[in-house]
Design a protein around this ligand. Structure first.
Ligand code: UDP
Ligand code: MG
Length: 310
């Protein structure tokens, strides 16, 4: 039974050696046959060289480098594709996901679980604004996809069957965290404490997080589009009321005033229209991206024995 560990890494030169050592030590101690799959997401530092060095020291390490930064989602999927294990764990390479949790996941998998979700016990050290926006995002997402994922993360173990299902999905815009719920299968949970990052700093800016939230929310739901319809209905109701009022005024011969109303109406309707166009435009952009059918990522270099599946 082979366990693959997929580790997306973007400018993580400070973490690779340490992470490889810690994981190898832990898994060897517990006599689990493993491989470590590092995916360097277009790093501009020495991440690839360090993966290479780790692979020289330990033949169970392999890896790949993207031709540019494609994002963590793409790195996760590349890792799933290159992993050969009967079970695959996805985790951050900064060890913020505690390695010991892998053992719990492994045990649950040996007992028949097909997906083991890592659930964040505490969110670690995050700013209040981040906590609030993340909380809101997960609340909306949970509503949309009808599973509670408020504490879920990208830290999870997937059975080979589940990995194959995810790899067969034709879509380009994936949301790994939610797709594992969407796929179904026998699910178990383990909770873990988010550790502090030891080396380097977080790779997310607030702008990239916001983009991440919007892209993922819209890739899983068409609710924003239905919102456009709701806005339309509200405007129609409003206009009926105003129509009657205007007509009544006209008939009673007092129709000259009302310039304020005209301006307000113009503003409201204009705002609604543009917002609606924006929402529709967003979906069209997503359709456009999918239709082009470009690959999720491009691999420029590989390290170690890589057999591409599919
Ligand atoms: N990561 C990546 N591509 C990116 C950004 C991040 O592969 O464009 C990786 C990063 O190297 C790390 C994981 O995703 O292994 C989580 O990133 P980070 O630790 O910066 O996020 P945080 O823990 O602060 O949420
Ligand atoms: Mg981190």
């Amino acid at each position: 039974m082979l366990l693959s560990i997929v580790l997306p890494a973007y400018n993580e030169e400070q973490n690779i050696s340490n992470t490889a050592k810690v994981l190898a030590g832990l898994l060897e101690e517990n006599e689990i046959d493993y491989e470590l799959v590092f995916i360097s997401d277009g790093s501009r530092d020495a991440t690839l060289e360090l993966i290479r060095k780790a692979a020289e020291e330990n033949p169970k390490v392999k890896g790949a480098e993207f031709s540019r930064n494609f994002g963590k989602e793409a790195a996760i999927f590349a890792g799933l594709e290159l992993a050969a294990g009967d079970a695959v764990v996805v985790m951050d390479c900064d060890l913020q996901h505690p390695p010991e949790t892998i053992l719990e996941m492994w045990k649950l998998w040996r007992n028949g679980a097909e997906v083991v979700e890592g659930i964040k016990e505490s969110r670690g050290k995050e700013s209040l604004a981040y906590k609030l926006s993340a909380g809101l995002f997960y609340k909306i997402m949970s509503r949309l996809i009808k599973v509670d994922m408020s504490a879920s993360s990208d830290f999870k173990l997937l059975d080979r069957k589940v990995v194959d299902v995810l790899l067969q999905l034709p879509e380009r815009n994936t949301f790994f965290r939610a797709l594992s719920f969407w796929a179904g299968f026998r699910r178990e949970y383990v909770s873990y404490e988010v550790q502090e990052r030891q080396y380097g700093k977080s790779k997310w800016s607030s702008l990239s997080l916001m983009k991440y939230a919007v892209t993922n929310a819209t890739s899983f739901s068409t609710l924003p589009l239905q919102l456009v319809t709701v806005m339309g209905v509200v405007s129609i109701l409003f206009s009926v009321a105003l129509f009657i009022q205007t007509l009544a005024k006209y008939l009673s011969g007092t129709a000259v005033e009302g310039f304020t109303t005209v301006i307000l109406l113009l503003l409201i309707i204009g705002g609604f229209l543009m917002l609606s166009l924006g929402i529709i435009g967003h979906y069209i952009a997503r359709i456009y991206e999918e239709v082009k059918g470009r690959p999720k990522y491009i691999i420029s270099k590989t390290v170690g024995k890589i057999e591409k599946r599919m």
